[in-house]
Design a protein around this ligand. Structure first.
Ligand code: PLP
Length: 220
């Protein structure tokens, strides 16, 4: 199937209440154009350099999402270029975002990435460190937290469901509380192989690459 057909099929499946992010990492501007032509405006990248290049060379009315690890020394490159940073994972990173966005008088919209599977290989904050991060967010002037993002451990359907459900519980819990600079709107979870389960468990934003463009070739 073509890129356009893949997108149409996914959008029919997920309905109007779930937002599809087109994960365009490693993909050419020509491939992305196919998605743009049928109305997609939310694109997600995992590398700062690639996001910046595409932001400068693709359509101007696109919302760029950073879904990969963000190093503190790269924050300065994305000021004013991202609609949403999905990977806030530490107090140190928060403080750098506050500083760099503040210098340009820009607001950073971010999601807190939780390492829900407690995997050493993955970034994201551990559940027990959330409170400390939230207290720091309340002190910010240029950072707005809009929700939560997770990348769950590889596993079978039952395991996926368990991690999604756990994340939704944290999301709902924070939603009932009132914190300065925090509104729980976006629950970003689910990729090509598990987005259906993620939606059943409460995701309202999914990130799909392979299911739209086919397998990625990292050698290019
Ligand atoms: C690459 C990536 C995706 C998309 O994965 P697919 O399996 O290709 O759909 C989603 N989220 C993050 C954080 C990614 O890095």
């Amino acid at each position: 199937m073509s890129i356009k057909e893949n997108i149409k099929k996914i959008k029919e499946e997920i309905g109007d209440n779930v937002k599809l992010l087109v994960v365009s990492k490693t993909r050419s501007l020509e491939e992305m154009e196919e998605a743009y032509e049928i109305g997609e405006r939310d694109f997600a990248e995992n590398k700062v350099q690639e996001l910046v290049y595409k932001e400068e060379n693709f359509h101007k009315d696109v919302n760029w999402h950073l879904i990969g690890k963000l190093q503190t020394n790269k924050v300065k490159y994305i000021v004013g270029k991202t609609a949403l940073i999905h990977s806030l994972s530490s107090v140190k990173l928060l403080q750098m975002i506050e500083k760099k966005f503040g210098e340009s008088n820009e607001i950073a919209n971010v999601l807190i990435q939780i390492n829900i599977g407690r995997e050493e290989s993955k970034s994201g904050i551990l559940e027990e460190d959330l409170e400390e991060l939230i207290l720091e967010v309340e002190k910010c002037n240029f950072v707005k937290v809009k929700g939560i993002m997770v990348i769950i451990p590889k596993g079978d359907e039952e395991s996926n469901r368990m991690y999604f459900r756990k994340t939704k519980e944290i999301f709902d819990d924070l939603k009932t509380k009132k914190f300065k600079n925090i509104v729980m709107e976006t629950l970003s979870m689910g990729m090509t192989h598990d987005y259906k389960i993620a939606i059943e468990e409460g995701a309202n934003t999914i990130r799909v690459g392979t299911g739209i463009f086919g397998e990625r070739d990292y050698s290019k």
